[in-house]
Design a protein around this ligand. Sequence first.
Ligand code: ADP
Ligand code: MG
Length: 236
Amino acid sequence: MSEPVLSVSGLRLGYGRNDVVSDVAISVAAGTVVSLIGANGAGKTTILRGISGLLRPRAGSVRFKGRDVAGEAAHVIARRGIVQVPEGRQVFANMSVDENLSMGAYRCPGPIASRRDAVLARFPRLAERLDQQAGLMSGGEQQMLAIGRALMAEPEILLMDEPSMGLAPLIVEEIFRVIGQLREEGRTVLLVEQNAASALAIADRAYVLESGRVVIEGTGREVAENPRVLAAYLGM
Ligand SMILES: Nc1ncnc2c1ncn2[C@@H]1O[C@H](COP(=O)(O)OP(=O)(O)O)[C@@H](O)[C@H]1O
Ligand SMILES: [Mg+2]
């Protein structure tokens, strides 16, 4: 396999006096979906924040395209192409759909019209609601907007934090269909999910996080067939 586009190793992260993530190693090959699953509080969001520079790593490296970006400012890391779709969507509630998309592009130079067209073709529901105030849309529509906004930045890797959280089953299916499409297009995704079954089914590679440590890793299928995963995460 070629060198991974993103590889973290020895990652330690925490808040105040407490370390909540220790010695985590994750690697993401270009054009793959890698899923990170784990219970609420396991440290999944903390890891994404450590990668995207929102939280400064206490130890370890975050290698992106051959360069260690650990400790760089979040806006610098975003400009390099690591773009996060945050937990809870975090769309700009008082702005329109169109304005939200423009905000996604503002760090990415060049004409935005073609990128915007591509996002609207991918999410026709957004195209129908360009002037709608984002905060008034449904959770599923806001999630699509959050993904669309991230795509406006032309990411080299998308970090997605629980995109299915709080959504109705049909909308969850739609979100996973979008992630599958991104993968087919050759995009690279690091996906954090509590929905273990869907996240493992779509994953080329997967990691299970417990109490801030990776305890199981393998292909999506290997992890999905792991007896401990079956019992603890897949309810079998
Ligand atoms: N801003 C913060 N300050 C202090 N502790 C935090 C903060 N954010 C998260 N934590 C703690 O870090 C641990 C991991 O949280 P988090 O990364 O959000 O887990 P997950 O995303 O897997 O649910 C939890 O114990 C949580 O309470
Ligand atoms: Mg989280």
